[in-house]
Design a protein around this ligand. Structure first.
Ligand code: ATP
Length: 449
């Protein structure tokens, strides 16, 4: 395994081996919530009883050293993690769900907290981009298979050296220097998800990607390593990036590293398109000052923004590449169409009547409203949105449905849109208040010869 380790790492490994085990018990006690500390102690007791070495690993340890709260407890058990997880669930009165093939389990505690349990393992990639094949190993090999030094520390929970930090790669120094380093030169080829994960941690913590790591990233991108990722994994990585606190920083970095080409070569090619996305931050702030029926889902807004500017053909190809669910694809398709129609209405019609305001906002999802505001250079859209959400919405929903109109003898077609426009407007203006009054309006305006 050491032959795979990069020269940077070899240097670090050597210096680490001279070090003494460092206890982080007082740090854990000082920084963690009492409940979390109690939980770790009980996990340790179960390990001791079963005579197993148990470790807490990964992001939890990283965030402990960074003093950032993290409730996601990832445990690695040397031996078989699955029976250990079953014992944990018995101890805590929780439920356990296991994945035999990967030797992993999730224990859900009665208070909803979860503990992920893995079996210490060595992983082999049968081909680049594939899911790993698993064999039993020790925590050392488990740590060597991880992505970045800062994510491959462990704290031992059992034995005489309980609560000692295991840090083979001197990640504590990388945390101090605010740097991200991979463990070996082929890391990004083995798993191109790490290209996106590097950006995630770089942007989340305001760290810098190490020089050698960044040049290996660029080389893997040039070799089109991302092409070997499944659509689902690629979608998931991008979704996680736009779910970060500063999604635009992550998007800018993906663009700068030319990672968006793997979704579509046309994605965010234009400076103007990027500028629209850059306006989203202030639109979210504005949206928090008005009463919306639900909070916008930030990652969905960014997804719409990424997909909006693509031509139909490129959009369909990109949706296929990411293996988007039919639901996600349809909702993007709908939002693209309604945003375009609303933008046209804004450009060609200066003053909107209530029915136009209603028609626009009744058809747009909340996420699309946010995007439309960023898209439109005029401030009018904000005014109309304010009017709609504070005065019209709720009041404007007709109680008649398409089925009702058919029962009244109408044939489905474009006329239905005109009927609903008229009903919404009449509701907003207070001209109709009941279902009976709606029926009367339809008969009067649309069914009378
Ligand atoms: P977050 O706070 O975003 O959850 P995390 O570090 O806990 O960050 P996870 O995606 O939950 O991230 O992964 C848990 C741990 O598993 C990581 O800390 C890392 O050690 C390891 N890991 C996850 N994905 C990979 C990967 N693609 N390659 C190697 N190791 C990985």
């Amino acid at each position: 395994m050491h032959s795979m380790v990069s020269s940077y790492m070899r240097q670090k490994l050597n210096s680490e081996q001279k070090g003494k085990p460092q206890s982080v018990k007082s740090l854990i006690k000082a920084r963690l919530d009492e409940n979390v500390f109690g939980l770790l102690e009980r996990v340790a007791q179960v390990g001791e009883r079963r005579d197993m070495s148990v470790y807490v690993v990964g992001g939890f340890v990283r965030d402990l050293l960074l003093n950032i709260p993290n409730q996601d407890i990832d445990v690695v058990a040397e031996g078989d993690g699955i029976p250990f997880a079953v014992h944990l669930a018995e101890e805590f009165g929780g439920a356990v769900k296991s994945h035999e093939k990967f030797g992993t389990s999730v224990v859900t505690l009665p208070d909803g907290c979860r503990i992920d349990v893995a079996t210490a393992r060595v992983e082999y990639y049968q081909h680049p981009g594939a899911l790993p094949t698993v064999e039993k190993g020790s925590v050392t090999s488990d740590l060597f298979r991880r992505d970045f030094t800062i994510n491959c520390m462990a704290v031992k929970l059992t034995g005489v050296d309980a609560f000692c930090l295991i840090d083979f790669f001197n990640a504590a120094a990388d945390l101090k220097n605010r740097e991200i380093h991979i463990l070996h030169d082929l890391s990004f080829i083995d798993d191109p998800c790490r290209l996106f994960r590097a950006i995630r941690f770089e942007q989340r913590f305001g760290f810098k990607i190490g020089k050698q790591t960044e040049s290996l990233m660029r080389a893997a991108i040039k070799k089109r390593a991302v092409d070997s990722l499944s659509g689902t994994r690629l979608f998931n990585e991008i979704k996680l990036l736009v779910k970060e606190k500063r999604p635009m920083h992550c998007i800018r970095r993906m663009r700068e590293l030319d990672l968006l080409q793997f979704v579509s070569p046309e994605m965010l090619k234009d400076r103007e398109e990027v500028e629209t996305l850059e306006r989203l931050g202030s639109v979210f702030s504005w949206a928090s000052t008005i009463t919306l029926p639900r909070e916008p889902e930030i990652w969905r807004v960014y997804f719409l923004a990424l997909f909006y500017f693509l031509e139909e053909d490129a959009f369909l190809k990109a949706a296929d590449r990411l293996q988007l669910s039919a639901r996600m694809k349809n909702s993007l398709e709908r939002d693209r169409t309604t945003c375009r129609a609303s933008l046209r209405r804004l450009q060609f019609q200066k003053e909107w009547e209530p029915k136009e305001v209603c028609r626009t906002f009744a058809d747009l999802s909340i996420d699309a409203v946010i995007f439309l505001v960023a898209l439109s250079s005029s401030s009018e859209i904000k005014r109309y949105a304010n009017i709609y959400f504070t005065q019209y919405q709720g009041k404007s929903q007709p109680s008649l449905t398409g089925d009702d109109l058919v029962k009244m003898g109408m044939n489905p077609g474009p006329v239905f849109q005109s009927v609903f426009d008229a009903l919404r407007e009449a509701r907003v203006m207070g001209r109709v208040k009941t279902r009976e009054e709606e029926v009367a309006l339809v008969e009067e305006q649309f069914l009378k010869p």
